[in-house]
Design a protein. Structure first.
Length: 227
């Protein structure tokens, strides 16, 4: 269970909260375009927009408190505020991106951070051809040798790790020692860090392999059906 204020929320529920928040913000934008003044959503509408079942949605929201009115639904603006608060988005989180290869450069230039409560404040790499260049709307890429100094200067609270696998562990350890405890990692290795550090591994190849498994299962089922 993960603590959110005084609430204990299962990790699987936490993983779904960003989907609910994204759906709520889309519904809120839609409601603003409508002339009927309706500012609520039903559990079925929100569940469909989030890609989950209504029962799962209601169970997940129950961990955050009591919401919704029978026959009326959920107030979109209020529920958006509650979920954003549960996700810790009342403040802007300051991001450093370490590793400015093709992937890191693409991550740095993603335009949606500010809408979701994040700001890229530092870029670091070691390659002579990359250090000193600009990305993320004008930020200068600094040398990773200065990582600790940059983390302190920019009050970095999260770091996106997009380095090659062989150096990822050492860089992650330096980030943790510098006070960064939340690290989404695109490095193709399992990081071994203290228990108070939270690492979210993003493995695109692994996700493709899972899809390949399902594709193979479908093919096997179709072959068996036609036998």
């Amino acid at each position: 269970m993960i603590e959110s204020g005084e609430l204990a929320v299962p990790p699987a529920t936490v993983a779904r909260l960003p989907h609910y928040l994204r759906a709520l913000r889309a519904l809120r934008a839609l409601r603003d375009l409508q002339a009927d003044g309706v500012r609520t959503t039903s559990s079925s509408e929100l569940a469909d927009a989030s890609g989950v079942g209504s029962a799962q949605l209601r169970k997940d929201l129950s961990y955050l408190g009591s919401f919704g009115t029978r026959g009326v639904g959920y107030d979109v603006a209020s529920l958006t505020t509650v979920i954003a608060g549960a996700l810790g988005l009342e403040v802007t989180h300051r991001l450093a991106i370490v590793g400015l290869g093709n992937l890191g450069h693409a991550l740095a230039n993603y335009s949606g951070y500010s809408k979701r409560g994040f700001q890229v404040v530092a870029l670091l790499d070691v390659a002579p051809g990359i250090v000193g260049t600009q990305a993320a709307g004008g930020l200068v890429v600094e040398h990773a040798d200065d990582l600790e100094k940059v983390v302190e200067r920019e009050s970095v609270s999260m770091a996106v790790l997009a380095t090659p696998g062989p150096v990822a562990q050492a860089i992650a350890e330096r980030l943790v020692s510098a006070g960064v405890r939340d690290i989404p990692s695109f490095a193709p290795v399992a990081l071994q860090l203290p228990e108070d550090a939270v690492v979210r591994s993003v493995d695109v190849a692994g996700e493709l392999q899972i899809l390949a498994f399902h594709a193979a299962a479908r093919a096997a089922a179709a072959s068996a059906a036609n036998a």
